[in-house]
Design a protein around this ligand. Sequence first.
Ligand SMILES: [Zn+2]
Ligand SMILES: [Zn+2]
Length: 254
Amino acid sequence: MSVNLTSDFESLSRWFHIQTGFVKSSLLTPPAQDRSSLQQVFQTLNARSCPKSYNFHLHTRRSDGQLEPYEVMEQAIEIGLKGLTITDHHSTQGYKEAQKWLDNWKHKYPKRVNQAPRLWTGVEINARLLAVDVHILGYAFDPDASSLQPYLQGCTTEGTDAYSAKNVIIAIQQGGGLAVLAHPARYRYPVPELITEAAHLGIDGIEVYYAYRHTNPWLPTAKITNQVKQLTDGYGLLNTCGTDTHGRNLLLRL
Ligand SMILES: [Zn+2]
Ligand SMILES: [Zn+2]
């Protein structure tokens, strides 16, 4: 195989900021920060992708969840997840511990490496959108990016300029990541208005598949999901799914 020097140079040059975004080279990016691979997965998601193939919304004890980060990874392997993100509130500590655990696990069980789920960085950030407080999920960003540090201190930025949805979206994208509006039908505000405004602010995706009712088994709420998906598709945004697990079972929301 020949090496294409021109495209390597192009890859390197993509480290520079392009407008508000930050396009990263897959050559130099850690897998957890590989935005384009995650984008590709998001494009394949449907109502059955979560919680047994993927899970892009869950919490550990590093915010308000009940699982240790390593327990999340043990369950992810047991379920046979292809990919996941830990989206603790205002913290990437749980992600970092899970990443270390996963690296060690792969080292310990080299023959099982292809059973290892893909792990991307994740976070859930409070923000103001129109007249409501919403949650914005960040994915595949650089956890050390300076733009994100105000949001990773374990508490909200309420009362500061950083709290606006616009600034949260920009911070995630400047950190190389994707910004997604979480559970859009949970805010007691018209969903079409929220999604329209989020789209205008440059959000990358909407958490379309979500169990608004705490069903067992976990199931996206069909009627709401269909409405949200129509709006999301209308703006050409990505669809994501996740259980929003806070308890001890990654297959349930509670
Ligand atoms: Zn939330
Ligand atoms: Zn959550």
